[in-house]
Design a protein around this ligand. Structure first.
Ligand code: SF4
Ligand code: SF4
Ligand code: SF4
Length: 269
């Protein structure tokens, strides 16, 4: 169990605690202001900072602790993420009262391309996300926020997973959970920070394990894993997948592509 579960989980995994989606949290004035300005401040400033840090990391292959530690501490207070599985998505989205899909802010901030793979939910009829400014994407509010049923949203996210997306959730002033996302590591600002050793998100609660008896050594899982967490080993002269647990982000993409049902997701040890 992570520090967020201890602080914000109320005995559960923190992102399954309904209180972390509640309208009580959104009634907080500081949070409302944060949400109002989210794209123009958090996203725009974050993209500039990450670009600079990637350049520095490229030269030194590491970043100084005096930069990294305050960034992580700020992220934990404001906008922190975690990888979740498709089972978690079905549970979180399936019981939402309202669901919207909106453009991906990471892709917009870095490429000015509209790619709708970001979702927000509310567990009461109050739609807090109306405070998110769709004018940032050059859209009217009702064009930016597209209402869906929970089933529609889940089906879309299942398809996004088949296309290689990693599901993540994000706070907007922790512990309020504002975004349920579907990310590609090269596009997602959060996953980009992980690549330069700035931990602005937790890996998933789960990790992949392989059943060697079922594995036919096809290599599809190794190709699908964005995080280099799978290699091939020889077992009694046959190729088998091998999961490096500490590198596994717990996304479940390997399981999705496995033709032999040889992979499963278990609670991280
Ligand atoms: S976290 Fe993922 S889906 Fe959300 S805005 Fe960033 S890349 Fe897009
Ligand atoms: S090993 Fe599987 S679950 Fe772990 S990061 Fe790679 S694709 Fe995701
Ligand atoms: S995709 Fe499945 S069968 Fe293929 S190597 Fe990976 S675990 Fe083995």
């Amino acid at each position: 169990m992570c520090e967020f579960c201890s602080e914000h989980g109320d005995g559960k995994v923190w992102f399954k605690n309904a209180a972390n989606y509640s309208k009580d949290l959104v009634s907080d004035l500081a949070r409302r202001e944060y949400i109002n300005n989210f794209f123009t401040t958090t996203m725009e400033q974050g993209a500039v900072t990450i670009g600079r840090l990637e350049t520095l990391y490229g030269k030194k292959n590491r970043l100084p602790d005096r930069i990294v530690q305050p960034m992580i501490a700020k992220a934990k207070e404001e906008h922190f993420g975690q990888v979740v599985t498709i089972e978690d998505i079905r549970e979180l989205v399936g019981k939402a009262a309202t669901v919207v899909r909106l453009p991906c802010a990471c892709r917009w901030v870095s490429q000015r391309t509209e790619n709708r793979c970001c979702y927000s939910v509310s567990y009461s009829p109050d739609a807090w996300y109306k405070d998110l400014d769709m004018g940032y994407f050059g859209l009217a509010q009702d064009q930016g926020l597209e209402s869906l049923t929970p089933d529609q949203a889940i089906k879309q996210m299942e398809k996004l997973e088949q296309d290689g997306a990693v599901h993540t959730i994000w706070t907007m002033l922790t512990p309020f959970i504002g975004a349920i996302c579907n990310c590609q590591p090269t596009d997602c600002l959060g996953l980009r920070t992980m690549a330069i050793d700035v931990e602005t998100m937790f890996r998933g609660e789960k990790q992949a394990v392989v059943n060697e008896e079922e594995c036919i050594g096809c290599g599809s899982c190794e190709d699908a894993c964005h995080f280099g967490a799978i290699s091939s080993i020889s077992v009694s002269g046959e190729d088998k997948a091998h999961i490096h647990g500490s590198a596994c982000f717990g996304c479940g993409l390997c399981r999705t592509v496995c033709p032999s049902d040889a992979l499963s997701m278990v609670t991280r040890s």
